[in-house]
Design a protein around this ligand. Structure first.
Ligand code: ADP
Ligand code: TZD
Ligand code: MG
Length: 564
């Protein structure tokens, strides 16, 4: 017996998902269409949501994750079942690792068949596959639960330490019919999904007491501080106290890199000699040598500002933990701070300045050399010159040498405009991050990519061309992973086709390709491309012998115990 469907009185799961997203201020979906979510993408598009269709779910997921980081709203990635879902999972895991809020929504096959492993089309127990890599994972089994499922996913993604949430929508739920009134009643508009977490007053006093005792204090800003969008309060605290600061890579620009208190070019001295280090939204993970080893002093004491209480004491004992959201914490510090009570020792500030000066001169020398073919320093000088008057530009950066050199050479002047390989040192985020940065901000994006790094998401240049995004991709082409050398048995494990013309790839899709072999042409190509603000790819020919194995983290490579 088939029931009569009257669109005036009933709706379905597809419509409910779109309604629930819209009700909660979600305006963009990044995805790849197919069974069973094609109509969800179509409907979202028709109903005024921005739908950005990708060539691979991993890139769509990376786009959603970085959109979440930039906007403090969960980025949405939409995929098909099993393989599409798994392609998106890498991005979800990366988002969780980096504390970016995102929601991966995947359609799934028939539960009854999947659970009995009867071999359904794209069969996979997606909910359980997602769990270990997600901050939270939910499945919606009834159409009247769609509103609740999306509300819970938003709360989980945004509250506390942000992360990646998986939301499983079965094909049955999407096509299920539900009375309009019941559907409307089932929607949930989330209230305050990222509630302020006010720090305990005694934690503020404890931290300020410790900082007041310090002779050689240092503040380390992480991407949690950038995410928090408490830019003025953070800058105010740093400038009022006069404490030198060090930005982690994605916190560059939170205060401008040319700020007089930046200790970035005296990093080793700052870390090695500081007596009190205040971490603001930065973990003491591998990127800070776990706070241990010869780079750190064993007597350094720590203040750590973080929203996650379990982060405390994870690597080094923390003398003054301050648990709260960074905006509330910085407001509490500002209220409690007595003028002149915290003051770094003059000798400390002078020592850092002297080292900065010395290192800046060394860096200038390296940058001024003009070898042919170009090396990383000379090419990045050319890039820096083209970017000199464009503080509006977003920078995406991945690779090994390309990442390490660009992080040091390309200064940032505004918050949240540097997006890179992050906590995992992951390759493949480039085009997804670039697309989302352009979509979210409407600003030009320059993606500085190693040739290997680019390859992981390179097909998305079609997406960039299709949506006519102002993304300019620089492929630092040294013929391979780390460098273009061979081991005599070509092709070597790390080498690529030599002298590849990546610029021709984008021409296939109507974008502008440039091939440059010297610094003046690189500056000109990038300036022209920025002026045009259209999709472009610049093939930057770098000396194949210029890179070093693993860039600056060669120490992490296990050593062969036996040579042959
Ligand atoms: P980086 O890689 O830049 O050093 P991490 O990703 O290691 O930064 O650290 C980010 C930290 O920021 C995480 O420990 C996370 O819990 C914290 N965090 C994220 N958002 C906030 C916030 N709004 N308030 C406080 N801490 C936050
Ligand atoms: N796969 C993934 C997903 N992430 C990784 N980090 C790696 C592999 C290993 N890897 C690095 O850590 S850097 C890198 C790889 C493959 C590429 C380095 O080559 P590149 O950069 O061309 O991008 P340079 O400038 O040649 O060093
Ligand atoms: Mg390379």
């Amino acid at each position: 017996m088939t029931k009569e469907i009257d669109p005036a009185t009933v709706t379905d799961g597809f419509h409910l998902v779109v309604d629930a997203l819209k009700l909660n201020g979600i305006d963009t979906i990044y995805g790849v269409a197919g069974i069973p979510i094609t109509d969800l993408a179509r409907l979202a598009h028709a109903e005024g949501l921005k739908y950005i269709g990708f060539r691979h779910e991993q890139a769509a997921g990376n786009a959603a994750a970085i959109a979440g980081y930039l906007t403090q709203k969960p980025g949405i990635c939409l995929t098909v079942s099993a393989p599409g879902f798994l392609n998106g999972m890498l991005a979800l895991a990366n988002a969780t690792t980096n504390c970016f809020p995102m929601i991966l929504i995947s359609g799934s096959s028939n539960r009854a068949i999947v659970d009995l492993e009867q071999g359904d089309y794209e069969e996979l127990d997606q909910l359980n596959a997602a769990r270990p890599y997600a901050k939270a994972a939910y499945r919606v089994n009834n159409p009247e639960d769609i509103g609740t499922g999306i509300a819970r996913a938003i709360h989980a993604a945004l509250s506390g330490r942000p992360g990646g949430v998986y939301l499983d929508l079965t094909a049955d739920v999407l096509s299920a019919v539900i009375e309009r009134q019941a559907a409307a009643n089932s929607l949930v508009k989330v209230i305050d999904p990222a509630p302020r977490q006010i720090p305990a007053p005694e934690s503020i006093t404890r931290a300020l007491d410790l900082l007041a005792e310090a002779q050689r204090p240092l503040i380390i800003l992480g991407k949690g501080a950038a995410y928090a969008q408490a830019d003025a309060a953070i800058r105010g605290f740093i400038e009022t106290t006069g404490i030198p600061f060090l930005p982690m890579s994605m916190a560059k620009g939170l205060l401008p890199d040319n700020h007089p208190q930046s200790a970035a070019s005296a990093r080793s001295l700052a870390i090695g000699q500081a007596d009190v280090v205040m971490l603001i939204g930065a973990r003491l993970n591998w990127l800070l040598s776990h706070g241990k080893g010869k780079t750190w002093s064993p007597s350094t004491r720590f203040v750590q500002v973080d929203i996650s209480p379990t982060e405390i004491d994870s690597n080094r004992p923390i003398a003054a933990p301050v648990i709260g959201d960074i905006a509330s914490v910085m407001a509490a510090f500002a209220a409690a701070l007595k003028p002149g009570r915290i003051k770094p020792n003059t000798a400390w500030v002078d020592a850092l300045s002297a080292t900065k000066q010395k290192n800046a001169e060394r860096m200038a020398q390296r940058l001024n050399a003009d070898p042919s073919p170009m090396n990383f320093s000379s090419a990045l000088r050319a890039v820096r010159n083209a970017l000199a008057n464009r503080p509006d530009v977003y920078i995406v950066n991945e690779g090994a040498n390309t990442l390490d050199f660009a992080r040091n050479i390309i200064d940032m002047y505004q918050p949240r405009q540097r997006l890179d390989s992050g906590t995992w040192g992951i390759m493949g985020v480039g085009m997804g991050y670039a697309i989302a940065a352009a979509v979210v901000s409407g600003k030009p994006v320059v993606a500085i990519e190693g040739d290997s790094a680019f390859g992981f998401s390179g097909m998305e240049i079609e997406t960039i061309c299709r949506y006519r995004l102002p993304v300019i991709t620089l492929v630092f082409n040294n013929n391979g992973i780390y460098r273009g050398d061979t081991d005599g048995k070509s092709p070597s494990p790390t080498g690529f086709v030599t002298n590849a013309r990546y610029d021709k790839l984008i021409e296939a899709f109507g974008g502008a390709g440039y091939h440059v072999t010297d610094t003046p042409s690189l500056t000109k190509a990038l300036s022209d491309a920025l002026e045009a603000a259209k999709p472009a790819l610049i093939n930057v020919v770098i000396d194949p012998s210029a890179g070093t194995e693993s860039g600056h983290i060669q120490n992490l490579n296990p050593k062969r115990a036996v040579a042959h």
